[in-house]
Design a protein around this ligand. Structure first.
Ligand code: GTP
Length: 480
């Protein structure tokens, strides 16, 4: 596992945030301008959706000065590259209408839902918000560009609206979900099949043509939604959608070979592609939610909720899986730990106090063992520590350290200070075979016998398989 990568935009980095907004705005303005393939308006205008996604994702960017910076960057770009003059103020205002409307609607939702309950992506809401933002943006944009563009009011509105809506629906899911991978993932050749199927079906759309061809990639996209993570599915959807819009825009995918492409056809194609995106995104968010739920259920079954240690079944499951199942460790140390006179704590201070002691003990034990082994709660006030590759001497040192730490640092509960001790039974074995589970099963009853001896001999001590001369009066030894 690698450390999570810090996001570029962070609340405390005002200047860097401002710089990022200017660069992003200019960069995507440039992309949009490059795609002015037909007529005056761009075929695909990514700027608004990208910026709306950034503002929606990072709540702290929702400040008038950051919005103004983005707007200013658009005006400067226009001033340098077009001769729209004053009309540029209104045209770019329409871009800002999309960005601000979408970001505000998303932020309003985010403030109403608690972090844990937030779904990875609410596709239906995203559709609705894109629809509202696109309609408002198209209204302002149409009125602003009537003099500049050769189209009349309604075709201009349709073109503007369909472009904003399709671009928003394709880009925003990816901008809202993309993240650096937390661990290095190897892509197996098997994983490429769904993407290859998408490429093949777009190819078939080009070859066959006609209105129905736009839906050809749908099945392959749903396959992607099942096999890939949500951000990857969103990215594949984005690439496919943009490819289809551009292919329709430059007549590589032809609806009607007898007539040139008309604005109405592009309007229809864009809306069709945007609505097609709904299916794979819905499937992908459902798969992501099911996976998250399964992970949560597995976590609940594998971990003890009170102490954070593994549960008995969680420990066995862990030992049956790699690396514990297939590594040759050379030795194994098992410690069975029991809190002394725990019943008295319950009886004197109540069950709630007993629970608090168990929680605190679990935390201390996990911290003390660290990466040397696994800590599991076997039931009641009994814990086990499993240390693969740890020698008997090291195991005894660790057990003694833990015993001492518990005895020397009392627990605090409400106003009270509770001194507790633990008894430990430790067993050890040199292993020849790979894997840990068989040796663990053999060592558990031995550790149990040693724990019994620790209790019998007055508690607060470690009893082990053999004496390795640690020099501690508390370590009692016995050979199996
Ligand atoms: N608070 C709390 N108590 C628990 C939990 N699980 C088991 N216990 C209690 O732990 C106590 C265990 O007591 P015993 O097994 O008699 O042992 P002990 O008092 O620790 O004495 P020795 O082990 O002989 O030193 C019982 O009173 C159980 O009710 C739990 O989850 N929370």
């Amino acid at each position: 596992m690698t450390e999570p990568v810090q996001p570029f935009f962070r609340p405390e980095r005002t200047l860097i945030n401002a710089f990022g907004i200017i660069i992003l705005t200019s960069l995507f303005y440039f992309f949009g301008a490059m795609l002015r393939l037909i007529d005056e308006l761009s075929l695909f205008w990514p700027l608004n959706a990208v910026m709306a996604g950034v503002f929606a994702r990072y709540a702290f960017l929702n400040r008038p000065h950051y919005y103004l910076l983005s707007y200013a960057a658009m005006l400067v770009y226009d001033a340098i590259t077009t001769n729209w003059g004053v009309a540029s103020l209104a045209i770019n205002l329409s871009n800002m209408v999309f960005i601000v409307t979408f970001a505000m609607l998303m932020q309003r939702d985010a403030s109403q839902v608690k972090g844990d309950e937030r779904p990875p992506l609410n596709v239906l809401k995203l559709f609705l918000y894109c629809l509202i933002a696109s309609a408002l943006c198209a209204l302002v944009g149409t009125l602003a560009s009537i003099g500049i563009d050769k189209y009349k009011l309604w075709p201009l509105f349709a073109d503007w609206f369909s472009e904003q809506f399709s671009t928003g629906v394709l880009i925003l899911p990816w901008v809202l979900t993309v993240r650096w991978p937390r661990s290095k993932t190897l892509v197996s050749p098997d994983m490429l099949w769904p993407f290859m199927a998408v490429v093949a079906s777009v190819g078939a759309s080009v070859l066959i043509g006609g209105a129905g061809s736009l839906a050809f990639p749908l099945a392959a996209l749903i396959w992607c939604a099942i096999r890939y993570s949500l951000p990857v599915t969103c990215l594949v959807m984005l690439i496919t959608g943009v490819a289809e819009i551009v292919l329709v825009g430059n007549s590589t995918i032809q609806f009607n070979t007898a007539a040139p492409l008309e604005t109405a056809q592009l309007f229809s194609a864009r809306l069709g592609i945007a609505i097609m995106a709904l299916c794979p995104l819905m499937v992908s968010t459902s798969v992501a939610s099911i996976n998250a739920l399964m992970l949560q259920v597995a976590r609940r079954a594998n971990y003890d909720y009170l102490t954070g240690a593994l549960s008995r079944s969680g420990l066995l499951e862990t030992l049956k899986k790699p690396p514990f199942a297939d590594t040759r460790y050379g030795s194994l140390c098992v410690m069975l730990i029991d809190i002394d006179y725990f019943k008295r704590i319950n009886d004197s201070y109540g069950h709630e106090c007993g629970d608090a002691v168990l929680t605190a003990f679990g935390e201390r034990a996990i911290r003390a063992v660290g990466t040397k082994g696994l800590v599991a709660r076997m039931g009641g006030e009994e814990f086990v520590v499993v240390c693969p590759g740890v020698s008997l001497k090291e195991g005894l040192e660790l057990a003694e350290q833990l015993r001492q730490r518990i005895a020397d640092y009392p627990f605090n509960w409400q106003e009270k200070t509770l001194s507790i001790t633990i008894s430990i039974g430790l067993s050890h074995q040199d292993c020849i075979e790979p894997g840990v589970i068989d040796a663990f099963t053999r060592l558990m009853p031995v550790a149990d016998r040693h724990l019994y001896r620790s209790k019998q001999s007055g508690r607060n001590q470690v009893t082990s398989t053999s004496d390795v001369g640690l020099g501690s009066g508390k370590v009692i030894s016995e050979t199996i």
